[in-house]
Design a protein around this ligand. Structure first.
Ligand code: PLP
Length: 361
């Protein structure tokens, strides 16, 4: 078997142990004689699997009482629309931090529903920095404050959280969920497309304070209403069965590694290694992101010219390294080093980067 070193931004690397378990148990799930993806989502096997998965989410992320956990379809992108549809009160508007492509997408959808107050707009600076958390103050009476904890394309990551008092804090954690411990009780809603750190594509994890869910607008179609999902225990309709199974295996893997704290240590080590190379090869590599907010998940960097960037990506490909091209909207290079990316892949990349700079600098 010739597995690549996978630095894809999403869908992205999964632990090999998880892929092997999926393969081993696909055809006959726990002696059922059929696979879990051929079985009823109201049946015993899925019911047990589903509730074990929810319990693992609660345990590994430290979700307190008074919060519900859901897996919805539609990707993280559906949440960009569902959040304002449910919670944006017309008179009050909602506060947004526009820190990159993903929060920009969320702003655009919210603007179709109501008024958006931009508390911070990083677009003029090319989305390379964030406001200091303690300077972020919600607007009086606003519906909620929205931010993206890790901008996957720009590589900008929050390290501390704003204090919002009674204003609900809603966060898109798609690309850094479970990469470190987070104080869930500081948030009213966390959501994350699972295909970066938690599994394959097909589901969005939602952790929502029940008090917030109760404020969902009740004139929305069923699937768009958070409260309705919670009342149905997340099983209003057929859930993404396969994805939930894979997420469960990933969560078990994370638990066996030592949980969120262990993922944090590992992510710090992996990202420091790459930023160390970027900062130590003269001005061959350059990370455009403010050092205070460099992402531990998506390490973005530039080379002296676009020609060299192309050459770098091609040469890395020959070494079996894939997914290093920056997002098409920004160019450059990006190494996504989620939980599923082994440390030795990152060490190999760091070694390759040093060598490439030595021979091309
Ligand atoms: C990938 C990503 C999304 C979009 O996820 P989809 O599941 O493709 O809709 C949203 N926000 C962030 C931060 C992401 O990284």
């Amino acid at each position: 078997m010739n597995r690549k070193l996978n630095f894809n931004a999403g869908p992205s690397a999964l632990p090999i142990e998880v892929l092997e378990q999926l393969q081993e148990h696909l055809v006959d799930f726990q002696g059922d004689g059929i696979s879990i993806i051929e079985n009823s989502h109201r049946g015993k096997s899925f019911d047990a699997l589903y509730h074990e998965t929810l319990d693992l989410v609660r345990e590994l992320l430290g979700v307190p009482e008074g919060y519900s956990v859901l897996f919805l379809g539609g990707g993280a992108t559906l949440q960009f629309g569902m959040i304002p549809m449910n919670f944006l009160a017309l008179e009050a508007g909602a506060d947004y931090i526009r820190s990159g492509s993903w929060s920009d997408g969320a702003c655009k959808d919210a603007q179709k529903v109501g008024r958006v107050n931009l508390l911070f707009d990083g677009s003029s600076g090319g989305y390379t920095t964030l406001p200091a958390a303690d300077t972020v103050k919600p607007t009086e009476g606003t519906s909620y404050l929205y931010l993206c904890s890790n901008e996957t394309i720009g590589g900008v990551q929050w390290k501390k959280w704003p204090e919002t008092g009674s204003v609900p804090l809603i966060v898109d954690m798609s690309s850094d969920i479970l990469s470190k411990p987070v104080p869930v009780d500081r948030f009213d809603m966390i959501f994350a497309g699972v295909q970066k750190n938690l599994g394959p594509a097909g589901a969005t994890l939602i952790i929502m304070k029940d008090e917030l869910a109760k404020r969902s607008r009740d004139d929305l179609p069923g699937y768009l209403n958070y409260h309705a999902h919670i009342q149905k225990d997340g099983l209003m309709n057929t859930p993404p069965v396969f994805t939930i199974w894979a997420v469960k295996l990933v969560l078990e893997w994370v638990k066996a590694q030592g949980g969120a704290a262990a993922m944090d240590t590992l992510s710090q080590r992996k990202s420091s290694l790459l930023y160390g190379v970027i900062d130590s090869m003269g001005d061959f590599y350059r990370c455009p992101v403010d050092p205070l907010y460099r992402s531990t998940m998506n390490v973005v960097f530039r080379l002296p010219t676009e020609e060299l960037e192309k050459e770098f990506i091609t040469a890395a490909g020959k070494q079996g390294m894939v997914g290093l091209k920056g997002h098409r909207s920004v160019g450059g290079c990006r190494a996504s080093i989620y939980n599923g990316v082994p440390e030795d892949s990152v060490e190999a990349l760091a070694g390759f980067m040093k060598e490439f700079a030595r021979t091309h600098g």
